[in-house]
Design a protein around this ligand. Structure first.
Ligand SMILES: [Zn+2]
Length: 166
């Protein structure tokens, strides 16, 4: 079951009451099965379906799903020991793990390191936009968004839909 705000505007109203976890608190971060960037923004250990919130200022319920979370993020938190200095993917995973734990500053540093190694690393650019956004740095988020848009328009569009959901 996946309910998307864009495709099921009526259906998603039933979930409108579900609130996002606090910004500085580690989130569930389960990955939505039909998306490259959408993750659950509820608190860790929540009951009921996974919910992703979108919107720059007011968080709206954006996507609801109850599939098993992809184990991606659990694994990424174990990445740091033995990190190879030139392994872009390891830095990217570390960035995700820091974002999951609510440490957006360290997450930003890790994503930047991944991008330094691999400048066209779209997942890392996408993560960087989200971490800038969640840390309240809107102007850097927008600058980084423009870079992502130049690399992968489709991913950038999906990200913008998520952030601008009304
Ligand atoms: Zn969840």
């Amino acid at each position: 079951m996946i309910i998307n705000r864009k495709d099921n505007p009526e259906e998603i109203k039933k979930y409108e009451h579900i609130r996002r976890g606090p910004m500085d608190f580690p989130h569930c971060f389960a990955k939505c099965p039909n998306s490259i960037i959408v993750t659950c923004s509820r608190n860790i250990g929540h009951s009921g379906p996974h919910v992703a919130h979108g919107g720059w200022f007011t968080p709206h319920v954006y996507t609801v799903w109850d599939e098993d979370p992809e184990p991606n993020y659990q694994e990424s938190s174990k990445v740091s020991p033995g990190l190879k200095p030139n392994d872009a993917e390891a830095h990217y995973n570390l960035g995700k793990a820091y974002a999951k734990s609510g440490d957006y500053q360290k997450s930003i540093e890790s994503y930047k390191e991944a991008i330094r190694i691999k400048p066209d690393y779209t997942d890392a650019h996408c993560g960087l936009v989200i971490s800038y956004h969640l840390s309240g740095n809107g102007s850097s988020a927008k600058e980084e968004y423009k870079i992502l848009e130049g690399l992968d328009k489709k991913m950038a569009d999906e990200l913008l839909n998520l952030l601008r959901a009304k």
